[in-house]
Each structure stands twice: as C-alpha cells, then as structure tokens.
Design a protein around this ligand. Structure first.
Ligand SMILES: [Cu+2]
Length: 112
C-alpha cells in the first residue's frame, strides 16, 4: 500500500549529500573545473565561459564515438561512451571546438 516494508523516504539532507558526493567525484581535484556533456550529437553547454586556468572536461554520453578538436590547440582521440577529454585553458580568448567525426557538432569556449 505504501511501498515496500522498511522503505523510508530519504531525508532531504541525504539527497543533498549524495548530489554533493557525485559532483565532487566528477570534478577535477582542487580546481573548479567545468564540464561539457556530449549527448544526442550535441555539446552541452555548447557555449561556455570560464576563467583562465580552468580545466574543461568533455564527457561522452553517446553510444557513438566523438572527438573534441580546436584547431591546432588540442585534439582528443575518439571518445567512446563514458570516455573523457580534458584541457586547461590558460590564455584568455575565444576557442571554437568541433567533433571532427560530425562537423555539425560544435561549440565555443570563452576564456576570461
Ligand atoms: Cu561526434
């Protein structure tokens, strides 16, 4: 009638703790890294603004391989599902990046 025996709704603090743990585990150690999710043949967010010195991590959640390439600045290998690629942006500027396998997939990082 009201769920399985012994089941109790987790308290709000438990959810908060779990979210915090997940977030902490996904981030770069000791830096305020940013993350871009690759899913449904899109970069999300496609436009990101960060401070100089920030490491951006791309995570492929698609079942298709994708790459992350920005001119001569960086070039990832083909990322399979669950694979990540990270790059630290030290110089202010605007950086376009693209998936070379699917050139309509593109995005921009603005480094302040
Ligand atoms: Cu792609």
């Amino acid at each position: 009638m009201s769920g399985a025996p012994g089941y109790r709704r987790p308290a709000a603090w438990a959810w908060a703790l779990m979210l915090w743990t997940l977030t902490a585990a996904a981030g770069e150690p000791a830096t305020d890294g940013a993350q871009i999710i690759i899913q449904h043949f899109m970069f999300s967010p496609a436009a990101l603004t960060i401070k100089a010195g920030t490491t951006v991590r791309w995570l492929n959640k698609d079942d298709e391989p994708h790459t992350v390439v920005s001119g001569a600045l960086f070039r990832s290998a083909a990322l399979d599902t669950g694979d990540t690629f990270s790059f630290r942006f030290d110089q202010p500027g605007t950086y376009a990046f693209v998936c070379t396998i699917h050139p309509m997939m593109n995005g921009t990082i603005t480094v302040e």
